[in-house]
Design a protein around this ligand. Structure first.
Ligand code: AHM
Ligand code: MG
Length: 322
C-alpha cells in the first residue's frame, strides 16, 4: 500500500507542488465527508445566489469553494488562486511561487440527485514579482501547467493527477483518512466506440460537429463502420474518469446558443487541467480546430470548445472540421 505523500515524495523533485497537492487534499477530504452526509449535514440545496457567470450556486459550490480557498490561502507555496466561484483572483502569499486555479465542485447540477461530482485543479508557476490578485498573472496557456488533477466524489473518492510525468490514481481510504495508490501511468486506449455529448444541443452545433455525430449514430452502416454507445453523466469529472479508465470521446463543442461564448466549459479550470490529464495518458484534447493547451487565454473565466479522449477518435472528429 502506497500513500499519497510517500508517492509524491518519490515521484516529483518539486516539493512545493507535492505540498500543494497533498495540502489541497485536506479540503477535498472535507468536501467528500460533507457530500457523504448529504442532507444530514444540511449542505444540499441552493445558495440562493449566482456566481460571476450568472449560474445559480448550490450550497455545496459555496462551501467547497470556501474550504479550498482557506486551505490554499494558508499554504506558503501559493501566490494566488482563481476559482469558478470567485469573480476575481485572490492573492494568497506573496512569497509563494505557484498559482492554483480550480472548479471547487464540477457537475454541481448533480449534487441534489446524488450523482458523481468532482473538484478540478490546475497549478501554474507565477512569474517573478507577479501580483496574485491580478488576472494577467494567471493568463498562461495550458501547456505551461506544472500539475493538474481532479478529485472524483463517487462510490469511492478518487484523486487523479499529473505533474507532467504520467497520470496516477489514488483512492481515499476512509478508515485511515489517506489517499492510497490505485493505478500508476494510466493509458487511454487510442480507439473507442463510446462517445459522450449532450445531444439536446444538437441543433446549436456547427454543421461539422452535426455531421460527425450523425455518422457516429449511423453505426456500422455509416462511414465510421462500427456501432457506438453513448454516455452522458453531465459531470465532466465522471466523464473524463470513464475515459481514463476505458477510453472514449467527450465533447462539449461550440454552439450557437450564445455567440459570445465558444462552448460551455471553462478553459482555465476545466479544459486545461483535463487536457493535461488526457494527453499525459496518451489521449488527445482539442477544440475541434486547435489544441486546447495551446490557447493563449484572455480571461480566467473564458469558455472553450472541448473534444477530448481516445487519440484516434479525437483525430477523426477533428478531420470533420478541416
Ligand atoms: P458546472 O461547472 O457549472 O458544474 O458546469 C460544468 C458541467 C460539466 O461537468 C458537464 O460536462 C457539463 O457542465 C454538463 O452540462 P449540461 O448540463 O449542459 O449537460
Ligand atoms: Mg465546472
Amino acid at each position: 500500500m502506497q500513500r499519497l505523500r510517500t508517492f509524491l515524495d518519490s515521484h516529483t523533485d518539486n516539493k512545493d507542488v507535492a505540498n500543494i497537492i497533498d495540502g489541497l487534499m485536506v479540503s477535498c477530504k472535507d468536501i467528500a465527508y460533507r457530500l457523504n452526509l448529504g442532507s444530514l449535514a444540511g449542505v444540499i440545496g441552493s445558495a440562493e445566489q449566482e456566481n460571476v457567470q450568472g449560474e445559480c450556486q448550490k450550497l455545496l459550490d459555496v462551501i467547497s469553494n470556501d474550504l479550498i480557498k482557506d486551505c490554499l490561502a494558508a499554504m506558503p507555496q501559493v501566490r494566488g488562486l482563481a476559482s469558478e466561484e470567485e469573480p476575481d483572483p485572490v492573492a494568497c502569499n506573496k512569497d509563494g511561487d505557484y498559482l492554483v486555479l480550480f472548479d471547487p465542485l464540477d457537475g454541481s447540477s448533480n449534487i441534489d440527485v446524488n450523482v458523481t461530482v468532482g473538484t478540478i485543479f490546475s497549478i501554474l508557476k507565477a512569474a517573478p514579482g507577479a501580483d496574485g490578485a491580478s488576472e494577467s498573472t494567471y493568463l498562461q496557456a495550458g501547456n505551461q501547467q506544472v500539475a493538474a488533477g481532479y478529485v472524483l466524489y463517487g462510490q469511492s473518492t478518487l484523486l487523479l493527477f499529473s505533474t507532467g510525468n504520467g497520470v496516477h490514481a489514488f483512492t481515499l481510504d476512509p478508515r485511515i483518512g489517506e489517499f492510497v495508490l490505485e493505478r500508476e501511468n494510466i493509458s487511454i486506449p487510442a480507439t473507442t466506440s463510446e462517445f459522450a455529448i449532450n445531444m439536446s444541443n444538437q441543433r446549436f452545433w456547427l454543421p461539422e460537429m452535426q455531421n460527425y455525430v450523425a455518422d457516429l449514430l449511423q453505426g456500422e452502416e455509416g462511414p465510421l463502420g462500427k456501432r457506438y454507445n453513448m454516455r452522458w453523466i453531465a459531470s465532466m469529472v465522471a466523464e473524463i474518469h470513464r475515459i481514463l479508465t476505458r477510453g472514449g470521446i467527450f465533447m462539449y463543442p461550440y454552439d450557437s446558443r450564445d455567440p459570445s461564448k465558444p462552448g460551455k466549459l471553462r478553459l482555465m479550470y476545466e479544459g486545461n487541467p483535463m487536457s493535461m490529464l488526457v494527453e499525459q495518458a496518451g489521449g488527445k484534447a482539442s477544440t475541434a480546430f486547435d489544441d486546447i493547451m495551446a490557447i493563449d487565454p484572455e480571461a480566467i473565466h473564458q469558455r472553450v470548445s472541448v473534444v477530448m479522449g481516445s487519440a484516434d477518435e479525437v483525430t477523426t472528429a477533428i478531420s470533420y472540421h478541416k
